[in-house]
Design a binder for this molecule. Structure first.
Ligand code: PLP
Length: 397
């Protein structure tokens, strides 16, 4: 008998399954809104100019690829700290942030989850209902029991904030709460600053452990604006986790550039935490890869390239917002009587369209418009060429 004879077939990743179906679709008008990727107005994955320039500079003086330190490139980690907390912020100046370069935002979450499992083995994890589907899988795989807090209110087309607060208020001390720092995936609905204040208050009063997932910094209202949520947790005197992803903001999906930052009480504590994070890394993948981290560090560390990045990120943000408006206008023009203006009050790359599973299946099968069965559509994949077809198709279902 084979060692593997009892191994069960795992379910397919829903998004990858959708991509396969999309690739096989012969409809010439097909549009993939299932992915979590930003495409430009030509439907192409952009290679940012700032990245191109940083890489050209690197190629002028090519370097050998030695091992990086376990926690990654020091200049990269420092740039992440400055971006997340503010270069002149108290946490950065006092040295009480432990940051490691991670394999994308996912890697940051995973290193944090593994560390937390050793630190608080019996803690429960709460994620938003709904959440990025990998949150549940990742924390479950790290050994945690994962529950949810209320988030999306379909009838209201917004956030069930009372439900969310009630869930947090009812959580046991030490519960790990995964929060989307900005651009909630999949719904596109973010808390208001005043609501964040209330969440911070409950998290503090109930002694919960916040884990902020910041996968879209700069896609909401701006780099500093989106980072302001972090400042609220700092101001409340909390210690917490932040995962960072540069996949979207640098369009460097395949380079796997991200980070984990842990805000500690003081510098000495941060040194101890960092030493433990390094064990998680060393025993898992030893140390991070060089290229993506070097590119991001070069861009963030050079005033000219940094300004170019901010400009390019701003253009992506503005284009997504313009597409949201075009979608609302286009649906109206295509004869949709329902008020769809909620799409412009959502933020980030995604929209919970409110369409049912049946409607999403019809969109796919009859019109070649692909979104997830939950009704999530990636508005960052809309462009001036596909928007009319998308609007007409939605109007028909
Ligand atoms: N967190 C959220 C909420 C995301 O949407 C994503 C990517 O889709 C990630 C984390 C992971 O990002 P990365 O591709 O950098 O691992």
């Amino acid at each position: 008998m084979s060692l593997f004879s009892a191994v069960e077939m795992a379910p397919r990743d829903p998004i990858l399954g959708l991509n396969e179906q999309f690739a096989a679709d012969t409809n010439p008008n097909k549009v993939n809104l299932g992915v979590g990727v930003y495409y430009d107005d030509n439907g192409k994955l952009p290679l940012l100019e700032c990245v191109k320039k940083a890489e050209a500079d690197m190629m002028k003086a090519p370097s050998a690829r030695g091992y990086l330190p376990i926690d990654g490139i020091a200049a990269y980690d420092n740039a992440v700290k400055a971006l997340v907390f503010g270069a002149d912020s108290e946490p950065v100046k006092s040295g009480r942030v432990a940051t490691i370069q991670a394999l994308g935002g996912t890697g940051g979450l995973k290193v944090g989850a593994d560390f937390l499992k050793k630190l608080s083995p019996s803690a429960q994890v709460l994620i938003s209902d709904p959440s990025w589907e990998n949150h549940r899988a990742l924390f479950t795989q790290a050994g945690f029991e994962v529950g949810t807090y209320a988030y999306y209110d379909a009838a209201k087309r917004g956030i069930d904030f009372d439900g969310m607060l009630a869930a947090l208020q009812g959580a046991a001390a030490g519960t790990i709460v995964v929060l989307h720092a900005c651009c909630h995936n999949p719904t596109g609905y973010d808390l208001t600053p005043a609501q964040w204040d209330q969440v911070v208050e409950v998290v503090k009063a109930r002694q919960l452990t916040p884990f902020l997932d910041m996968a879209y910094q700069g896609f909401g209202y701006g780099i500093a604006e989106d980072g302001a949520v972090i400042g609220k947790f700092v101001a409340a005197g909390l210690t917490f986790f932040v995962s960072t992803s540069f996949s979207k903001s640098f369009s460097l999906y395949g380079e796997r550039v991200g980070a984990l930052s842990v805000l500690c009480e003081n510098k000495e504590e941060a040194a101890r935490v960092l030493s433990q994070l390094k064990i998680m890394i060393r025993t898992n993948y030893s140390n991070p890869p060089t290229h993506g981290g070097a590119v991001v560090a070069a861009v963030l560390g050079n005033p000219e390239l940094r300004a170019l990045w901010e400009k390019e990120l701003g253009e992506m943000r503005v284009r997504i917002k313009a597409m949201r408006q075009k979608l609302v206008d286009g649906l109206k023009a295509a004869g949709v009587e329902q008020d769809m203006s909620f799409i412009t009050s959502q933020i980030g790359m995604f929209s919970y369209s409110g369409l049912t599973k049946d409607q999403m299946v019809r969109l796919r099968n009859e019109f070649g418009v692909y979104g997830t069965d939950t009704g999530r559509m990636c508005v960052a994949a809309l462009n001036s060429k596909n928007i009319d077809h998308v609007c007409a198709s939605i109007a028909k279902v």
